[in-house]
Design a protein around this ligand. Sequence first.
Ligand code: CO8
Length: 257
Amino acid sequence: MAYETIIAETRGKVGLITLNRPKALNALNSQVLADIVAAAKAFDADDGVGAMVVTGSEKAFAAGADIKEMQAKSYVEAYLEDFFVGWEEFTRARKPVIAAVAGYALGGGCELAMMCDFIIAADSAKFGQPEITLGVMPGMGGSQRLTRFVGKSKAMDMVLTGRMMDATEAERSGLVSRVVPAADLVEEAMKAAEKIADFSLPAVIMAKEAVNRSYDLTLAEGLRFERRVFHSMFALDDQKEGMAAFAEKRKPAFRNR
Ligand code: CO8
């Protein structure tokens, strides 16, 4: 399907979403939101897809929510439309989503990357929550997700000063899982996504759900949830196949059931 502000394509078992508003450094306007949510939903529903990658351009993953689109908004408009709530739809994707970030990931761009399951950064990546410089604050999850990724002290530093973090600092702080040369970014992210897509889809989705539950549950409840989901995996054909393949020293042939 063709979209206005993104390119969505399937490569093997991976759904690749590339933000495509180069003149605005991929600023996230309402059309980008509609396009990304529609593409992620379509990939989530596509039996041929096992994982997704979201990326931008060499210069910018996304330079934030579209300032020009929102600047004239009134409080009542923002409140009544529950401005930005639509992004929650994106976080409901059940299949893993990897953010592949090069260049600027600022404001809503950094927040979009953090909505993904993990972030692979190019050595050129720059992360920031500069909303304070515009007289506002993060509105797409930055104050909550960034704090969980990097801890209170660094999140306060980023949110209150609006400064940028380079890829090295982002990796050191736990915001990104790995840093790769900019020229290899999409290839590396695709490789990770392909690897995930080759595993058992139900096992992958259950594992993703269990990690995400750790945000909402106490440790005791989280451990119980993990154990219960783990028990349920013994009902999967793929558990029998994966363990038999190990014992027989061969590659497993998962059938996603
Ligand atoms: N929105 C709209 N347009 C943008 C944005 C943006 N976020 N970022 C860049 N652009 C546009 C520029 O206006 C420019 O357009 P034009 O050519 O028509 O003038 C074009 O993209 C290229 O940008 P620059 O010329 O500025 O490129 P530079 O290389 O000189 O600078 C920067 C790159 C440093 C990334 C710079 O563009 C910049 O600072 N951008 C804004 C970054 C920012 O502040 N992002 C946060 C936005 S706010 C947000 O994301 C969440 C708001 C939460 C509100 C909560 C309400 C509920």
